[in-house]
Design a protein around this ligand. Structure first.
Ligand SMILES: [Zn+2]
Length: 97
């Protein structure tokens, strides 16, 4: 009887570990989606709650919610995709002049 219980316990532990691993991978994927350049290790000071400045509208947003853009090897942050796109547009205009 004890052996049966031990076996069940063993499977429960294995199952729990597998779930944990899946959750870690899911979290990592989510981070990569939010920060396309995060996976390259450009920003080694990443902190979800750290405030970063929007390079276009100059507001401050938590890094975890910011849209990042790798510009000339430097990570820039934006409060929204709209701000990021406007910033890129402004850069293009600057280059054309
Ligand atoms: Zn903005």
């Amino acid at each position: 009887m004890i052996r049966v219980i031990l076996r069940i316990l063993y499977y429960v532990v294995i199952f729990w570990i597998v779930i944990k691993i899946i959750l870690i991978f899911k979290k990592k994927k989510e981070d990569e989606r939010k920060h396309p350049f995060f996976k390259y290790g450009v920003d080694e000071h990443y902190q979800k709650d750290k405030l970063v400045k929007d390079n276009y509208c100059n507001t401050y947003i938590p890094q975890g919610k910011a849209i990042s853009l790798n510009y000339d090897g430097q990570l820039l942050y934006f409060c929204s995709e709209e701000c990021r796109d406007k910033f890129i547009e402004a850069l293009k205009r600057k280059h054309n002049n």
